[in-house]
Write a protein that binds this ligand. Structure first.
Ligand code: MG
Length: 389
């Protein structure tokens, strides 16, 4: 039998929802994948447990105060232990790494992703903010380095799957589906008093706190529109959003002959994770299968952009271009953290983001250092706006 060379995976953000599910996939497909690098922000105990089980060559704990703890715990293992955010940019470059799964939260994903692309590593992209902040720069760099970017976001994976086998057939438009989140159908008046606990209860997907709040506010869909624009080289007017509360159709592509292709399945992130890591192969698994008879009604409605203003703000940022999506993203990260900290109300998040978009300095043709300074500046502005509320 032909010897299969295992694909060696670096997982950035292994303690999060995507990271832990990626490890489940690797465990189930252990004949195909092995773990080369694991990194976490602060979850030292989980990192230690994962490292003992999956035996990577290196781990990173970003929180330097916990370096000693991790290093002591893994002393008996043959594992290199690093600390600090800068180490993320080093470990992705290791010669043995074949593919880097970027499952970090927010802007923090940008620099390690760029370092991995520069080192010629394929990317399984679960960190949409990287493309929101600097999509043009990242995609151009990937092209230059001959690096593949495989989307892990379920909607973008769906589109990617629909495009596979289509050769160069142009896209007329894509339709990103949105569940609508826990507050679908609510009025502005009702949203004034919703709580953090309500926002954190997503009807279909079990995810981390930041993306769950983004889903409730529809900012997640806004970020996904920007992500899709860069991943698939589309114009903003080629991207539609439709609310589909059952989350079975994960997104669609319409081609120039009017034909639409969709990808369907139960909401389970393990499928897009596995597809990204195993591409172009579809790997046999025992995930629960979708049955139409369990879902006799798949329904669709227009998103309520007036009530959920974040989606409108994201389209506006995309239209304005330059560093505006970077400003939008930074303001949103600060606003979501403030909402989780009970410092702003649910609807105030949009007010704060819009105010920051008006105040921050616009740069039409940003370079990498401009994105870095824009992120810092927009965070400071947003914090100031929140303090004066
Ligand atoms: Mg998504």
């Amino acid at each position: 039998m032909e010897e299969i060379k295992k694909r060696k995976v670096a997982i950035l953000g292994s303690s999060g929802s995507i990271g832990t599910q990626a490890l489940e996939v690797i465990n189930e497909q252990a004949h195909l994948f092995e773990v080369e690098v694991l990194t976490v922000n602060r979850s030292a105990d989980l990192l230690i447990e994962q490292a003992k089980k999956f035996k990577p060559n290196a781990v990173v704990i970003v929180d330097e105060t916990q370096y000693q703890k991790v290093n002591d715990a893994l002393f008996e293992e043959d594992i290199m232990v690093y600390a600090g955010a800068a180490a993320l940019e080093q470990v992705v470059q290791f010669k043995q790494v074949d593919i880097v799964l970027t499952a970090l939260v927010g802007y923090a994903g940008l620099k390690p992703t760029i370092a991995a692309i520069n080192a010629g590593k394929d990317i399984a992209l679960a960190n949409k903010e990287t493309l929101v902040v600097a999509g043009e720069l990242v995609m151009n760099l990937a092209k230059e380095k001959g690096v593949n970017i495989f989307p892990v976001d379920s909607e973008h994976s769906a589109i990617f799957q629909c495009l596979t086998g289509e050769y160069m057939n142009p896209i007329e438009k894509i339709v990103l589906t949105a569940s609508g989140g826990p507050f679908r159908g609510k009025t502005t008046e009702e949203l004034k008093t919703v709580t953090k606990a309500q926002a954190l209860k997503h009807p279909n997907w079990d995810m981390g706190a930041k993306i769950t709040i983004d889903s409730a506010s529809l900012m997640n869909k806004g970020l996904e529109v920007i992500e899709a624009r860069w991943l698939f080289d589309l114009k903003p007017e080629q991207i539609d959003v439709i609310v589909h509360p059952q989350s079975i159709i994960h997104s669609l592509v319409q081609f120039e002959d009017g034909s639409m292709k969709a990808q369907l399945g139960l909401p389970d992130m393990k499928l897009p994770i596995q597809y990204a890591m195993g591409f172009p192969k579809r790997l046999k698994n025992n995930f629960t299968r979708f049955n139409f008879l369990d879902y006799p009604q798949l329904t669709f409605e227009a998103p309520d952009k007036k009530t959920f203003r974040n989606l409108t703000l994201a389209f506006k940022a995309l239209d304005q271009g330059g560093n505006m999506p970077c400003i939008l993203n930074a303001a949103n990260e600060v606003a979501v953290a403030a909402f989780l900290d009970d410092k702003v109300g649910f609807l105030q998040m949009s007010d704060v983001i819009e105010a920051c978009m008006n105040d921050a300095q616009f740069i039409a043709k940003p370079q990498l250092e401009d994105y870095v300074s824009t992120d810092t500046e927009a965070r400071a502005i947003t914090n100031r706006i929140i303090e004066t509320l």
